[in-house]
Write a protein that binds this ligand. Structure first.
Ligand code: KG4
Ligand code: ZN
Length: 340
């Protein structure tokens, strides 16, 4: 490890995944580990916040040790610790925050609470071919659907957002209507591959209105009504939902690119793993001569690597929290962040 190398430990615990990442200023991502609580919540059909917090308590420290061991780094070699401070479930956030702050205090190094969506937004920077600022970011997760003008790290202007369900939430709820398990997004996407394209035509919500906001709850209702009338056509209903949702996202991205005049687009967050979305956006981008960047599939959904990366830039710029305060912000807008 070079002398000037700065190693950041990242801790993600905002929802139902415990994620740990180690990022070095010299070598980039050193290692990351994930523990998914999917099996724990599956029998309830969704995330149970109290169970999530209790499980994070059990997982965080062993996972930190595993991640350090994977690259032969000692705890004492860490230079800073970043944790997800929000948005997310407050109990779950407090677990990561308390462990991060205590470890940092003990080691005499800085700790910093980072914004979960900034982690998603910067995840494509973990790749060797990095997007260049400025760019438009489409952030699509279980809790958020955001179109963001990104002029630099921490320089975010929200161009549009969902007025009701986030797109990941709409995938999950539609999956539930179709009797698929939790989490429903990947299951619905898989079922859609077996559907007949064009069998049903779902509306593209809000595309006839100006602006860049989204609404996805109507699509879910459309899926429910279609399912009541055609209960044997689950796969084609999944297909119609997926095509309508991803087409709507693509249309709004195109509008945001035209509005800003930017020539780079980043698509990140759990739903950016969706292959139909990637195909639809890639086709649009090719026509407009736009560069598109996605995170590697393992960094689309929640992970510790993106938190280590986001924290790394901020810690290196001198930002940190006071050691004895565990700061969490269950509700937190990207626009409140400081530029670095
Ligand atoms: O970013 P993420 O892991 O967690 C949040 O910050 O919310 O996103 C999770 C969301 C879930 O709604 C999940 O169903 C959705 O991303 N998702 C997908 C796919 N993979 C994950 N939705 C559609 N297609 C996928 N392949
Ligand atoms: Zn997330």
């Amino acid at each position: 490890m070079g002398k000037k190398s700065f190693i950041t430990l990242g801790i993600e615990s905002s929802c139902d995944e415990t994620g740990i990442g180690l990022y070095s200023s010299d070598q980039g991502l050193l290692a990351h580990k994930l523990f998914s609580q999917v099996d724990l919540h599956a029998e309830y059909g969704g995330v149970v916040p109290e169970l999530a917090s209790r499980d994070h308590i059990q997982r965080v420290l062993p996972l930190i040790i595993e991640t350090l061991d994977a690259c032969n780094i000692e705890l004492e070699e860490l230079n800073g610790i970043a944790y997800t401070a929000g948005p997310g479930l407050s109990g779950a956030l407090l677990v990561g925050g308390s462990i991060a702050q205590s470890l940092a205090w003990g080691l005499g190094i800085p700790a910093l609470g980072v914004h979960h969506m900034e982690g998603h937004l910067l995840a494509p920077l973990l790749d060797s071919s990095r997007p260049k600022f400025p760019f438009v970011a489409l952030l699509v997760s279980g809790g958020h659907t955001l179109l963001v003008e990104v002029d630099g790290i921490g320089e975010y202007k929200i161009l549009g957002q969902s007025l009701d369900d986030a797109v990941g939430e709409a995938f999950d709820k539609t999956a539930k209507i179709l009797g698929l398990g939790y989490p429903g997004g990947p299951a619905l996407a898989f079922l859609a591959t077996k559907g007949v394209a064009g069998r049903f035509d779902f509306p593209r919500p809000m595309i006839d209105r100006p602006g860049l906001d989204f609404s996805f709850s109507g699509l879910k209702t459309f899926a429910r009504n279609t399912f009541i009338n055609f209960p044997k056509e689950k796969a084609s209903i999944a297909k119609a939902f997926e095509v309508a949702a991803t087409d709507t996202l693509m249309i709004k991205c195109r509008r945001a690119l035209e509005q800003t005049g930017f020539s780079t687009l980043v698509v990140a967050g759990g739903v950016s793993a969706n292959l139909t979305l990637r195909q639809t956006v890639d086709e649009m981008a090719k026509k407009l001569n736009i560069n598109v960047h996605y995170p590697a599939p393992e960094f689309c959904t929640d992970n510790g690597a993106m938190i280590a990366l986001a924290g790394h830039y901020r810690l290196l710029s001198g930002q940190s929290n006071e050691h004895y305060k565990v700061l969490v912000k269950p509700r937190w807008s990207l626009e409140e962040l400081e530029a670095i």
